[in-house]
Design a protein. Structure first.
Length: 218
C-alpha cells in the first residue's frame, strides 16, 4: 500500500516523522509521503527538517519515504508561487488542501492548485467539471480519502474522475497511527465511493507512478 498524504508533529499529526514511518512500515505500507500543512510561515522549516531526516535515514526505512507538503489555505492567486517555493525548498511531492466539504477552504483553491500542477489535489470536495477536465489534462491526481469528514464527497470525486478521465489515488491523510488503515478497509472505502475492483487497482497503480516520478526529484 501507498499513502501519499500524511501528517506529523510538524503540523497537526500526532507522531514525529520517524515514528510515523515505522508505524506505516509495520502496517503494511511500502511508500508514504510526509505532507504536513504548509503556508508562508512554515514551508521552509518543514521541508528543511523532513529532508534532513529522509536524507540521513533513507537506507534504514526499508520503504520509500517522500518529503513533501500539503499547501493549506494558501490564497489561490499565490498558489503557483507556493508550489514553486515548495519544490525549491526540497519538496519531492506537493499536495494542496482542496475544497473539502467540511472546512472553509477558499473557493478557487482547487482550480489554482490544478493550474499550478500540484502532484495530488487532496479531498477536492464538490470539484467542478471544468476542474476535473483540467486535472485530467495536466495529470494532477484527485484524491479519494479514507479520512472522516473529507470522505463525504468521495462519491462525487470518484464519479467525476471516472467520467472525465482524471487519475485517482486513495490516501489516508494519516494524522495518527490508527489512520494507517488495512488493505481491506481501504478497499471497502473505494467500493463505497463507487469504484470497482479494477478502479481501486488503477488508483494504487497511479500512486506507484507518482512515487516513481517524485523520488527522482532532488
Ligand atoms: Zn487537507
Ligand atoms: Zn492532510
Amino acid at each position: 500500500m501507498i499513502d501519499l498524504h500524511t501528517h506529523t508533529t510538524f503540523s497537526d499529526g500526532e507522531l514525529i516523522p520517524s515514528e510515523l514511518i515505522r508505524r506505516a512500515k509495520v502496517a503494511g505500507y511500502r511508500a508514504i509521503a510526509i505532507t504536513d500543512h504548509a503556508d508562508a510561515s512554515n514551508i521552509e522549516l518543514i521541508l528543511t527538517n523532513v529532508r534532513r531526516l529522509t536524507d540521513a535515514y533513507a537506507h534504514f526505512f526499508d520503504m520509500e519515504v517522500l518529503a513533501g507538503v500539503e499547501l493549506t489555505q494558501v490564497p489561490p492567486p499565490l498558489m503557483a508561487d507556493f508550489v514553486q517555493m515548495a519544490r525549491d525548498a526540497g519538496a519531492q511531492i506537493v499536495l494542496c488542501h482542496g475544497e473539502t466539504v467540511v472546512e472553509p477552504v477558499a473557493q478557487g483553491t482547487n482550480l489554482a492548485a490544478i493550474e499550478a500542477r500540484v502532484d495530488v489535489l487532496a479531498h477536492p470536495g464538490l470539484i467542478t467539471e471544468v476542474e476535473v477536465r483540467l486535472a485530467a489534462e495536466y495529470g494532477v491526481a484527485l484524491e479519494i480519502t479514507t479520512r472522516r469528514g473529507h470522505s463525504y464527497a468521495n462519491g462525487h470525486v470518484a464519479a467525476m474522475a471516472k467520467r472525465l478521465g482524471a487519475k485517482l489515488v486513495i490516501d489516508n491523510d494519516a494524522h495518527a497511527p490508527g489512520d494507517l488503515i488495512s488493505r481491506e478497509l481501504r478497499h471497502r472505502v473505494g467500493l463505497g465511493a463507487g469504484l470497482t475492483k479494477e478502479d481501486i487497482a488503477q488508483a494504487a497503480a497511479n500512486a506507484a507512478v507518482i512515487v516513481e516520478r517524485c523520488r527522482g526529484r532532488r
